[in-house]
Design a protein around this ligand. Sequence first.
Ligand SMILES: [Zn+2]
Length: 160
Amino acid sequence: MCVKKRSVTADEDRRYLEMAIEESRKCRPVTTAYSVGAVIVTAAGEIYRGYTHETAPANHAEEEALAKALAAGAILRGASIYSSMEPCSIRKSKPKSCSELILEQGFSRVVYALEEPACFVDCHGRELLTGHGVEVVVLDVLADRVREINAHIINRYSHE
Ligand SMILES: [Zn+2]
């Protein structure tokens, strides 16, 4: 029997990205980190979610979702990760960025709504991921929702 590669539709991408954005609403808004939500969908269709600072004050949403998937023994090769914001490429507080973790685990797709606004660090997640052959999809039709959730940071910096 041949194993058919699961093909992802645009509707599916939007649905999972909306799920990630809803997840980000669980964050307690702080001025030191964006409120981000992430959803991992494995090739087998398992779903793991996470949001910024969910279990520890330095954790990004992607790390939270990743920790749950790894704890459950999920196979992440070929998986997709949906994040409300572009995965980071530089971490001040940890040795590896989310983009590096995504590459390390062999994810094949990354879908996000908003490029990381350069309030804290200059983010090059997209370049890093596509440079390693990961398919990156930006659904900026949902970006305003993410901006609104992070208005406490974005507005503060743009007015300085
Ligand atoms: Zn990150």
